[in-house]
Write a protein that binds this ligand. Structure first.
Ligand code: ADP
Length: 427
């Protein structure tokens, strides 16, 4: 028996499928009801089949789309062998209308496709096969319905109804196909992203361990613990130290990024003033003598809630960039209350960024000057990581800039604990 849908349409006593002629307005109304009720959720195929089978009084029905059995009304798992029905499929593609088992058995014109048609009807215990077409008019699948409940033959009117349904079904099937493809793609992308994060984390760990001992021994040499160095040797040892520390910074940023993407970066929340953090960070950054620093945070600036280490990391990255990309001029740091957030602005009068490049600098692994002639060093992940760190506090990081005039980096941090959420960071 077909699935009887719980819809409020059967107002007359005569079952719909026993009526002499079909009211296509009524069919359209029912179809609209079912299509909007079910959407493209699980089980949509059987709901659609249920309505179609009910409308013509068919016992059972199956929907085959793009070589796959998508749904069957009796819930059985039918197997489908396209090669056993190849001639019927070619016929449907060419003639573009339904065909019944009775026609195959009784009409000689169907003799060339008889075996392949009977194979299909046997596979699905069907009596009628209705082709389904894709958006470019290609045969995309078919519907097979079992014998009628009253054991009578499918009339031309019934076939017309089923073909009408097949036309209504086409855009829905196309949408379902696209949704499935998108879901598959999303799953593949998630798996690739996890793999990338895992690879970065493993590789960085493998590199960080020997690098730490290289740096340790280089520091011993630099401190001349094993004996004095001559001028040239000292110069070389300092070069090794500088390069090694840069490499270590890059590796740490890569590990942090991978952890963030894998959602393994828990926040350790406390309430604090930004002033002391900023003071510490500014002491670590090598601003050249041609830059004026103007910091207008003071005791009046409200305390924020956040992870102190992460906030320190955000400041260090943005101020490092301000120092790096400002050959001379001014760097200012200011903060102002914006509702439940504190907005911090780090402005410089450096080289600036072209408008169209601004969204790219937060993507990760992006440097504006690239290639062998690069003027500025850097792996291009600092801002991407900072953005993730700010967002993990429920804040926002953005930039405004004009080439040749300078850049302003703004970010917000919460003033109330309630706004903090450690959201799923895997973008
Ligand atoms: P990097 O390690 O390369 O500095 P970031 O993620 O910190 O990576 O920055 C990405 C890119 O954004 C940089 O390569 C640079 O081109 C641009 N950028 C960042 N900050 C500034 C700034 N203050 N002024 C000009 N350009 C900047």
């Amino acid at each position: 028996m077909p699935t009887i849908l719980n819809l409020s349409y059967n107002r007359s006593n005569v079952p719909f499928f026993l009526k002499k002629s079909y009211d296509f307005n009524e069919l359209a109304r029912r179809w609209g009801e079912v299509a909007t009720q079910t959407g493209l959720q699980n089980g949509c195929y059987t709901k659609w089949l249920g309505l179609m089978a009910d409308s013509v009084g068919a016992q059972g029905g199956c929907l085959i789309f793009e070589g796959e059995v998508k749904g069957c009304l009796d819930g059985r798992h039918y197997s489908y062998h396209a090669e056993d029905c190849a001639k019927l499929i070619q016929w449907l593609e060419k003639h573009k209308h339904s065909i019944t088992r009775r026609q195959i058995l009784e009409e000689s014109q169907y003799f060339p496709i008889k075996i392949h048609s009977l194979n299909l009807f046997l596979q699905f215990q069907g009596d009628v096969c209705v082709p389904l077409f894709g958006c470019h008019g290609q045969l995309a699948g078919f519907l097979v319905f079992g014998p009628k409940q009253n054991n009578q033959a499918y009339t031309p009117a019934c076939l017309e109804v089923l073909e009408w349904f097949a036309v209504q079904l086409s855009p829905l099937l196309e949408n379902a196909r696209l949704c499935e493809a998108m879901r598959r793609q999303q799953t593949e992308m998630d798996a690739l992203r996890d793999l990338k994060s895992q690879m970065i984390a493993n590789l960085s760990h493998e590199l960080r361990t020997p690098l730490t001992s290289i740096l340790g021994f280089t520091e011993l040499l630099n401190e001349e613990i094993d004996g004095p160095l001559n001028g040239e040797q000292k110069k070389h040892v300092r070069e090794i130290l500088g390069g090694g520390q840069r490499l270590l910074k890059t590796l740490s940023a890569l590990v942090d990024m991978a952890k963030m993407e894998a959602g393994q970066y828990p926040l350790n929340i406390s309430q604090f003033h930004l002033g002391p953090i900023l003071e510490g960070v500014l002491g670590e950054i090598p601003f050249n003598g041609e830059i004026d620093l103007d910091v207008s945070l003071n005791g009046q600036t409200p305390m924020v809630y956040g992870d102190l280490q992460m906030v320190r990391q955000i400041f260090r990255q943005i101020l490092d960039n301000a120092a790096k990309y400002t050959p001379r001029g001014r760097v200012t740091v200011a903060a102002s209350r914006k509702g439940e957030m504190l907005e911090i602005c780090v402005a410089d009068t450096g080289i600036g960024i072209a408008q169209e490049k601004i969204p790219c600098i937060f993507d990760g692994f992006y440097q504006i000057s690239s290639g062998l002639t690069r003027t500025y060093q850097g792996p291009g992940i600092g801002l991407a990581l900072s953005k993730k760190l700010v967002e993990s506090h429920g804040g926002r990081l953005w930039a405004e800039s004009k080439p040749g005039q300078g850049s302003q980096f703004h970010f917000t941090l919460p003033l109330k604990p309630i706004t903090i959420r450690h959201k799923e960071l895997a973008a």
